[in-house]
Write a protein that binds this ligand. Structure first.
Ligand code: UDP
Ligand code: MG
Length: 321
C-alpha cells in the first residue's frame, strides 16, 4: 500500500543539524518511495519556530533545491508543542498520515517503516517508544521515567517513554483539531483522541550537532504543564491535606486542653512557633497550586491563537488549506 506521508519537524535555531537531517531524511524517503511504501506526493516539512539563526534560509533553500522539502514559518517563537501542533494542523489535509519528530534525529528514522506497517494494519496512532535511554544523561533518564510514573499515578493516560515521535492518521488529526486548549501537552492529548493505536520501539540516539533546546528549566515547566493540563489531582491533594490538618488540629486542641487542665500553659513556645510557620507555608503552597489552575483558566478563557503561520512553502498548493 502506498500512502502519502508528511513528516512534521519543528526546528528552533537548528542550523547546525538541518543540512545533515535533510540529507538523511531525503535518503530515507527515496528508499521508501522505491519500495512503493509512500507516494510521490509525500513531503518532509520543517516548521521554523521563530528561529533567530539561519534556520529559515536553510529550509527555503532546501525547498528550492528539492520539492520533497516543504516549510512552514511561524511569525515568532511559540515553543515546541505549538510549533508541532501548527505542523500537524497545517499538513493534515495534504496527507494520509503525518509523522512528527525532532530536528536532531534523536528518534531513529528507521522506525518510520514499522510505523507505516502499523498504519497499514489499521492503527490511527502509532507511538514511537524509546526502548532504552542510554544516550540520555542518567539524570535526564531518571527524572523522565519518574515523571511518566507521576503522571500515571495522577490519572493521566500517557504512553510510557513516548515523546513526540508518532504517526497520526488524517482522521486522528481531525479529531485532535477539536481540542482547543492553549495549555498544550500533546503526548497527553493524543491518547484522549482514541482510535486503534500501536507501538513501535526504537533506541534513542544522541543529538549529533547543536545544543538541546530543552534546558532543565524548560523541562521542569513542561513537566508541570503536563501535570496541570491532564490532571486535577493536585487540587484534590490540597483538599485531602485540609481534611488531614483539620483532624490534626482537633488532636492538638485536646492535647492543649489537657495541658491547660494540668497547669502547663506557658511552655510550648517552640511548638507554637513551628506550627505557625508550617501552616503558613502549607497555606501558601495550596494557594499557589490553586493559583496555577486559575492562571490556566485565564489563559484558556482568552482563547488566543496558538500559532500563526507567516509563510508556507509547499508545492502542492492545490490540496486542502
Ligand atoms: N524546538 C522548537 N521550539 C522551541 C524549542 C525546541 O521547535 O522553542 C524543537 C527543536 O528544534 C527540536 C525539538 O523541538 O526539533 C526538540 O528539542 P531538543 O532536541 O532540543 O530537545 P531534547 O531532545 O534535548 O529534549
Ligand atoms: Mg533532541
Amino acid at each position: 500500500m502506498s500512502v502519502t506521508l508528511y513528516l512534521a519537524i519543528p526546528c528552533y535555531n537548528e542550523e547546525a543539524v538541518l543540512p545533515e537531517t535533510a540529507r538523511r531524511l531525503r535518503e530515507k524517503f527515496a528508499e521508501l518511495r522505491a519500495d512503493g511504501r509512500i507516494t510521490d506526493a509525500s513531503r518532509i516539512c520543517f516548521i521554523d519556530d521563530g528561529s533567530r539563526d539561519r534556520t529559515w534560509e536553510l529550509i527555503a533553500a532546501l525547498h528550492d533545491a528539492d520539492r520533497v522539502f516543504s516549510g512552514i514559518k511561524l511569525t515568532r517563537n511559540r515553543g515546541h508543542q505549538n510549533a508541532l501542533l501548527c505542523g500537524l494542523m497545517t499538513l493534515r489535509d495534504r496527507a494520509d498520515c503525518v509523522i512528527s519528530m525532532d530536528a536532531d534525529l534523536q528518534d531513529d528514522i528507521n522506525a518510520i517503516g514499522e510505523m507505516l506497517d502499523r498504519f497499514a494494519e489499521g492503527c490511527d496512532v502509532v507511538y514511537g517508544v524509546r526502548s532504552r535511554r542510554e544516550t540520555d544523561t542518567a539524570f535526564k533518564r531518571r527524572s523522565a521515567e519518574r515523571f511518566y510514573r507521576v503522571l500515571r499515578a495522577l490519572g493521566a493516560d500517557v504512553v510510557f517513554n513516548h515523546a513526540d515521535y508518532r504517526l497520526m492518521s488524517r482522521r486522528a488529526l481531525d479529531a485532535l483539531s477539536e481540542y482547543g486548549e492553549v495549555n498544550l501537552f500533546l503526548r497527553g492529548l493524543v491518547p484522549l483522541v482514541g482510535y486503534k493505536s500501536g507501538v513501535v520501539y526504537y533506541a534513542r540516539g544522541e543529538r549529533f550537532a547543536g545544543e538541546s533546546k530543552y534546558p532543565l528549566k524548560k523541562m521542569l515547566s513542561f513537566a508541570w504543564e503536563g501535570v496541570t493540563s491532564l490532571s486535577v489531582q493536585p487540587l484534590r491533594c490540597i483538599t485531602r491535606l485540609g481534611v488531614l490538618m483539620f483532624f490534626v488540629s482537633i488532636v492538638m486542641l485536646i492535647w492543649f486542653l489537657i495541658r491547660h487542665v494540668t497547669g502547663h500553659t506557658v511552655t510550648g513556645w517552640s511548638s507554637l512557633a513551628v506550627s505557625i510557620w508550617a501552616i503558613g507555608g502549607l497555606q501558601l503552597l495550596a494557594l499557589g497550586v490553586v493559583g496555577e489552575y486559575v492562571g490556566k483558566i485565564y489563559l484558556e478563557a482568552k482563547g488566543r491563537p496558538r500559532y500563526r503561520v507567516e509563510t508556507l512553502l509547499d508545492d502542492r498548493e492545490d490540496v486542502g488549506a
